[in-house]
Write a protein that binds this ligand. Structure first.
Ligand code: GTP
Ligand code: MG
Length: 197
């Protein structure tokens, strides 16, 4: 699939104010600084669509972007970064859960994890919660440009091993780099396929 247009629609701290036109949506979630906003910019070929920062906690609201005038990409605040103040963390997590629980148009949640790190309890527990609650999700291993091919492979295998201790099968997963564009076609094709159903 090609993205021919991508525009910012709105930012919300109140989920009831998010778009109500029933268009399909795909959201990006994960720890602060994992690269959610950068990935949205990479997928849409627009370096300044979503705001990014080296400092965690940049995205503070639920941001809707309309793609090809047909469906939404949604940029969410991050969860669980130690350097973000406790009350900010609680506010983000309330917003995230309220988003997930109320958006009936959400087709798939992309859970981003940094490919350099070992599986973190926060992410694994979150995926467990998604599974229990029947929220469709897939995983994106981000920042692949920061590792050698072999190390990347080893880390993905280690992650898979960890998840398979409690899951019968691995959820769909992708490997991405916002700087090289790796993973772009696979992620967009996946969106196209799931959007048809
Ligand atoms: P919050 O909004 O704070 O939750 O963060 P985020 O997950 O949206 O991360 P963001 O896209 O703002 O990126 C955080 C930092 O990581 C920025 O300095 C990005 O340039 C960098 N970054 C993101 N993706 C990649 C990537 O694929 N490769 C490399 N090398 N750096 C990346
Ligand atoms: Mg962000």
């Amino acid at each position: 699939m090609n993205i021919t247009s991508a525009q910012f629609v709105m930012s919300n701290s109140d989920i009831s104010k998010c778009p109500t036109d029933n268009k399909a949506e795909y959201a990006f979630i994960g720890r602060s600084n994992v690269g959610k906003s950068s990935l949205i910019n990479m997928l849409t070929n627009n370096k300044s669509l979503a705001k990014i920062s080296v400092k965690p906690g940049k995205t503070q609201l639920v941001n809707h972007f309309i793609i090809n005038k047909e469906w939404y990409l949604v940029d969410l605040p991050g969860y669980g970064f130690a350097k973000v103040a406790k009350n900010t963390k609680q506010r983000f997590s309330k917003l995230i859960f309220s988003y997930i629980e109320s958006r009936t148009t959400l087709i798939n949640l992309f859970v981003l994890v940094d490919c350099r790190h070992e599986p973190q309890n926060k992410d694994v527990d979150f995926m467990e919660w998604l599974g229990v609650n029947g929220i469709p999700f897939s995983i994106i291993f981000t920042k692949a440009d920061k590792l050698s091919k072999q190390k990347l492979k080893d880390n993905v295998i280690a992650y898979e091993k960890e998840l398979l201790t409690s899951w019968e099968e691995m959820p769909p997963y992708f490997i991405s780099s916002a700087s090289s564009g790796l993973g772009k076609d696979e992620i967009l094709n996946y969106i196209e396929e799931t959007n048809k159903k």
